[in-house]
Design a protein around this ligand. Structure first.
Ligand code: SAH
Ligand code: SF4
Length: 404
């Protein structure tokens, strides 16, 4: 894609638009149809004069072209009349976030730097990152939900960047489309299975602080007539926004991951400062009550391994005690360093001992293999290119590259 994807040249239909969800992610003049629900698509068709009796059927056609075939131009939509295609192209686009840069790790992980339009035309674009992680039995796409993050977890690179804005539903779902475009992963382009088989909301941002857009995008992603990603293959990770956990269960229904990282409030207050608002006890109570929780649908507890900070065997025992009665998996994440951090990853031996203790208590406790570290694509390493690295960070980055 070129920057033309965001060039807005057609006459503005904004006067025609009612105040609907459409406006939430409108590129100023010609809105993109990407990320709209079927009802929103029907509304968009109504705005350009498609009679009401046809709208549902036409919306379904658009849905198919957008999410099954991956159309990037209206002209590719051969089942839509030429006249309607021209009309649609005059008022709308199929724009996804623009790929500003692509990096491929030695381990096959790919990271895309995506440019998003600013609120005002005179401003610079915003940037977020999206990561594709190929594995033997799956391909996982890690999506961002915000430009930056309002939270300031002590060990997370994104947390050092102030929040610039929430992503729209279109920009979140658009990341899936970008990945499928770049990987040639659309229906008809290659044999099944799809390369993108799983989604994790583990990129930049706190998804439960951008609830509606994340919900709408994940409902698009899991729609069986479109992108068709099963909700069991979608995981939403939260640092613990307790009031939105039951809503996530009721309104989104995907798998849930909790960034726990500490078993005592005094430490979690430092590592995940949101803990001061929603302490461990409240967080775990919300987990126990998570709608649809069962042994077949467990909550994943993420635990970043920080040397000498949270990695003692006493911590492991306390973790087991805390999670008693919650259908859970424990995911140990080796700390991924970034320029300027003072934390270190636990020694491998210690991670193994910690993991063994948990395993012996009956929990699956996979250690997450760091992927794409060489391109700063691993958990917690993402940071927008809009934020320039300081000279100190650049030096640290060079030193890291030399020791890897
Ligand atoms: N904001 C959400 C989702 C994004 S972060 C959340 O915090 O859950 C995805 C996971 O990576 C979280 O568990 C997060 O705590 C973890 N993480 C952040 N920085 C990390 C780092 N430097 N090394 C390893 N994991 C990290
Ligand atoms: Fe934000 Fe998650 Fe990073 Fe914490 S770990 S700063 S919530 S992105």
């Amino acid at each position: 894609m070129t920057s033309a994807a965001f060039a807005q040249t057609a006459p503005a239909p904004t006067a025609l638009l009612e105040k609907t969800a459409l406006e939430r992610y409108v590129a100023p003049e010609r809105p993109s149809l990407v990320g709209m629900s079927r009802a929103e698509l029907a509304g968009a068709l109504g705005h350009i004069g498609v009679p009401e009796r046809e709208r549902r059927m036409r919306a379904q056609q658009l849905w198919h072209w957008l999410y099954v075939r991956g159309a990037t131009e209206f002209d590719a939509m051969s089942s839509v009349s030429k006249a309607l295609r021209a009309e649609l192209a005059q008022y709308y686009t199929l724009a996804r976030p623009e790929v500003a840069a692509e990096q491929i790790s030695v381990d096959g992980t790919r990271k895309w730097l995506l440019a998003l339009p600013p609120e005002h035309a005179s401003e610079k674009p915003h940037y977020v990152e999206c990561v594709y992680i190929p594995e033997t039995d799956r391909g996982t796409l890690c999506l961002s939900s915000q430009v930056g993050c309002t939270l300031t977890c002590a060990f997370c690179h994104t947390g050092t960047q102030r929040l610039v804005r929430n992503l729209t539903a279109g920009e979140i779902a658009g990341q899936i489309l970008v990945a499928r475009d770049r990987l040639g992963d659309w229906c008809g382009a290659r044999e099944n299975p799809r390369l993108v088989s799983n989604i994790v909301m583990m990129g930049m941002g706190e998804p439960l602080y951008n609830f509606e857009a994340v919900r709408d995008a994940l409902l698009v992603a899991s729609d069986g007539d479109g992108l068709s990603l099963s909700k069991r293959r979608i995981t939403l990770s939260t640092s613990g926004v307790v009031p939105n956990i039951p809503r996530a269960g009721d309104e989104i229904g995907t798998m849930l991951a909790i960034s726990l990282h500490a078993v005592r409030d005094d430490l979690r207050d430092v590592l995940v400062p949101l803990n001061r608002k929603y302490p461990i006890k409240e967080l775990l109570a919300a987990c126990r009550a998570y709608p649809g929780l069962s042994n077949a649908r467990r909550i994943t507890f993420e635990y970043v391994m920080l040397k000498g900070v949270n990695d003692s065997l006493a911590d492991a025992r306390e973790l087991i005690r805390l999670l008693k009665g919650i259908p859970a998996k424990i995911n140990l994440i080796p700390f991924n360093p970034w320029p300027g951090t003072t934390y270190e990853c636990s020694d491998w031996e210690q991670i193994e001992k910690f993991s063994e203790l948990i395993f012996n208590a009956g929990y699956a406790s996979p250690v997450r293999t760091p992927r794409g570290r060489d391109i700063l694509a691993a958990c917690g390493q993402l940071k927008s290119a809009t934020e320039k690295l300081s000279a100190r960070e650049r030096l640290a980055l060079r030193a890291m590259a030399m020791t890897d």
